[in-house]
Design a binder for this molecule. Structure first.
Ligand code: SAM
Length: 245
């Protein structure tokens, strides 16, 4: 029987258990699965979020092992970065990475790691200069609520950004991508982490996730302005951006 993601109410618990389990090998698997490309996409997303600013307080939700938060901290000359995730094990890896960054003098700004729910952010309204999420939105049980929450905690004029899977384009590329994602990715999970199940969840997480046009629509419904999306990697990844009014 094919794997099916649990219904909404159980999804959060299921997702949490998957990420808590794979936290240690997550970074290596991420590099292998995306062939290192996720680093380029994330650099682009961070650049778009900062839009030339070198100070401010930025939020990375579903931060996982902290790729975006650490990258933001590296680029900022002043300010603060907050990374939020509900997986304690993913945050542990993020904290260890931060310690290594500090030892190499890579970041000078304050970094806070918060264990919390993206659907109920423990922050006051308009606290941040911008908020970002990468490859996290797909995992939450209510996409609109997560976007609404990001919009709520960002100051007017600040950006809300989502980087996640898109809709692969091209007659040949589309089926190739689907095959890779559904057949090869679980194999990579099996080889690297002896955990095929967690990496079978990945393609499943895409099943109900809207295409970039649909995500843009959710951004508009959240009241965000100037909503646009940029297609990357032949459409297989999309960067959606909006501005808080
Ligand atoms: C695929 S990982 C992405 C991590 C990181 N942003 C990246 O791009 O590498 C998804 C992360 O979302 C987190 N997550 C999923 N649902 C969440 C929720 N409702 N609240 C907070 N974190 C959540 C998971 O624990 C996991 O660390």
């Amino acid at each position: 029987m094919p794997f099916r993601l649990p219904a909404t109410e159980e999804k959060a618990q299921y997702v949490l258990s998957q990420f808590d389990r794979i936290a240690r090998g997550y970074d290596l698997a991420n590099d292998c699965i995306s062939m290192g490309m996720h680093r380029l996409w994330k650099a682009k997303a961070v650049k778009l979020l900062l839009s030339g600013q070198s100070g401010g307080h930025y939020l990375d939700i579903c931060c996982g092992t902290g790729d975006l938060a650490l990258s933001l901290a590296e680029r900022l000359k002043s300010g603060q970065v907050t990374g939020l995730d509900f997986s304690g094990n993913m945050l542990e890896v993020a904290k260890n990475r931060e310690a290594r960054h500090r030892a190499q003098n890579k970041s000078a700004v304050q970094l806070d790691w918060v264990k919390g729910d993206a659907l109920n952010l423990p922050f006051q309204p308009a606290l941040f200069d911008g908020a970002i999420v990468s490859f996290g939105l797909r995992n939450v049980s209510d996409y609109q609520k997560a976007i609404d929450e990001m919009a709520r905690v960002v100051k007017p004029g600040g950006k809300v950004i989502n980087l996640d899977l898109g809709k692969p384009e091209g007659l040949l590329f589309h089926p190739l991508f689907c095959f890779y994602f559904s057949q090869i990715v679980p194999l990579i999970g099996q080889v690297l982490q002896n955990d095929r199940a967690a990496y079978t969840y990945l393609p499943e997480s895409k099943r109900n996730y809207p295409d970039p046009e649909g995500i843009s629509e959710l951004f508009v419904r959240a009241g965000l302005l100037n909503v646009q999306h940029i297609k990357l990697a032949s459409g297989s990844v999309a960067l959606t951006c909006g501005t808080v009014k």
